[in-house]
Design a binder for this molecule. Structure first.
Ligand SMILES: *Cc1c(COP(=O)(O)O)cnc(C)c1O
Length: 441
């Protein structure tokens, strides 16, 4: 028996014909010379929660190597169990680190899994996070509903003026956290300016007390902006959005320096927010290879839609990094640069409809979206973004409903604000639908 198990490593082939067909239906050809995924043009999906170990020693070595980047070196990893690591996530992580200009990436079940992961390794009870006041709704909810329980305080400030860090800075501050462009109003934060301030503060701090900068790059995708190049320590992504690009799979990733990889892997193993293999495979196979093509079209289209909205009499104002009239246009031109060096202002547009007051503007926003839900072919009333289809939503009542009405202004959200995520449609068709819909309100 031990002879036969040993032979599975490939030196001696097992004679499968000795076994019954019902057993062979389960095992198939157990060892195949054909399983060599480096030579596949498309990576195969490795759907196995657990991995065969040739010997106890190999198992022990695998456990020793796990979350021990130093011990691993350049050898192929020994896979043990999906939650620790498996080929499809490893392949995706290698690619994500490469395109985002980081040293390593660790994937998670979702964007929220990634955010919980990176902040989970950077903070402990008593620490503080300094955050821009405008954020994705569930990140606000994470901070408000859960971090208060762990006694991790989150100080919300307006980071469009980086000097505001000093208003809330104290010895417990450990992380600066923001999105740029921010969800939903597209505030732009100057990453290099934040880096400069943090370097100044860190000069007087011990290694373990140094502040790190975490940027949520979901709105831009790696195509339109790479914050690590501009001074961020970590980037987080919701791969569910523009990185995945087709709206079929949830996913998240943390990208940063190699020294944090082991802690992230341990956190993921123990808290369990593991990206499923199939999703890793589809993001790797469909999302990333089409990223540049999709984003180039989306940016061109978004620019035209933003210009159309900006000149429309029923629109109060439009926030889009590509518009010269946008408050942060110059800063965006410095930060949002594609792989080829071109300005890439992204595919998200935020606009507010006119109204004699906030209530009327909100009512108009609602009317517009209900009309679109019923009558538009090229716009879908739905949350999420970075999809093949143009998605439109009303943050105050949908993605940011966690923010109470009296706090909307403080959080940078207009009660009548509308968010559009441009898709892959012919731009003329989006404009046709928008034009008709605006006429109806
Ligand atoms: C959607 C989103 C997230 C959360 O990602 P999930 O994959 O839905 O968990 C985080 N940040 C931003 C900016 C987002 O838009």
């Amino acid at each position: 028996m031990s002879e036969e198990i040993k032979s599975k490593s490939g030196e001696k082939k097992i004679d499968e014909s000795k076994y019954s067909m019902d057993t062979r239906l389960i095992y198939g050809k157990n060892v195949s010379d054909h399983w060599d995924y480096q030579h596949h043009v498309t990576a195969p999906i490795s759907s196995s929660t657990t991995f065969r170990l040739d010997s106890v020693d190999r198992g022990a070595e695998g456990f020793m190597q796990f979350a021990n980047t130093k011990a691993l070196g350049d050898e192929a990893p020994i896979f043990i169990y999906d939650r620790l690591g498996e080929p499809n996530k490893d392949l995706l992580e290698e690619n994500l680190a490469y395109i985002e200009k980081g040293e390593m990436a660790v994937t998670f079940t979702s964007g929220m899994g990634a955010i919980s992961g990176v902040l989970g390794i950077l903070t402990k009870t008593g620490d503080e996070i300094i955050s821009h006041h405008t954020l994705y709704g569930c990140t606000i909810s994470l901070f408000k509903n859960w971090y208060t329980r762990y006694n991790i305080a989150v100080r919300n400030v307006d980071l469009t003026n980086p000097e505001n860090i000093y208003n809330v800075l104290n010895k417990n501050s450990k992380v600066i956290y923001f999105e740029t462009p921010a969800n939903p109003n597209l505030d732009i934060i100057d990453i290099a300016a934040i880096r400069k301030i943090v370097d100044e503060i860190n000069k007087d701090r011990s290694e373990e007390d140094k502040i790190t900068i975490v940027v949520d790059n979901t709105f831009s995708t790696s195509f339109c902006q790479r914050p690590i190049e501009q001074g961020a320590d970590f980037v987080v992504h919701s791969l569910t959005k523009g990185m995945g690009g087709f709206g079929t799979d949830m996913g998240g990733a943390v990208i940063g320096k190699k020294i944090y990889r082991d802690a992230l892997l341990l956190f993921r193993k123990d808290f369990g927010a593991v990206l499923n293999t199939r999703s890793a495979w589809s993001i790797l196979t469909y999302g990333l290879p089409s990223l540049a093509l999709r984003q180039k079209h989306i940016v061109r289209s978004a620019m035209r839609v933003a210009e159309f909205l900006d000149s429309h009499p029923k629109v109060e104002f439009v926030n889009y990094p590509g518009l010269e009239s946008f408050k942060y246009h110059e800063l965006a031109k410095k930060q949002m640069i594609d792989f080829n060096g071109n300005f890439a202002p992204g595919g998200l547009i935020y606009f507010v409809l006119k109204g004699i007051n906030a209530a009327e503007s909100k009512e108009n926003g609602k009317k517009l979206m209900n009309y679109i839900a019923d009558n538009a072919y090229t716009m879908t009333l739905a949350v999420s973004l970075g999809h093949t289809r143009t998605l439109i939503e009303h943050p105050a009542s949908m993605t940011h409903s966690v923010v109470p009405a009296e706090k909307l202004v403080e959080r940078g959200i207009d009660s009548g604000g509308v968010r559009i995520s441009i898709g892959l449609e012919n731009t003329d068709d989006i404009l046709l639908d928008l034009d008709r819909s605006l006429e109806e309100i």
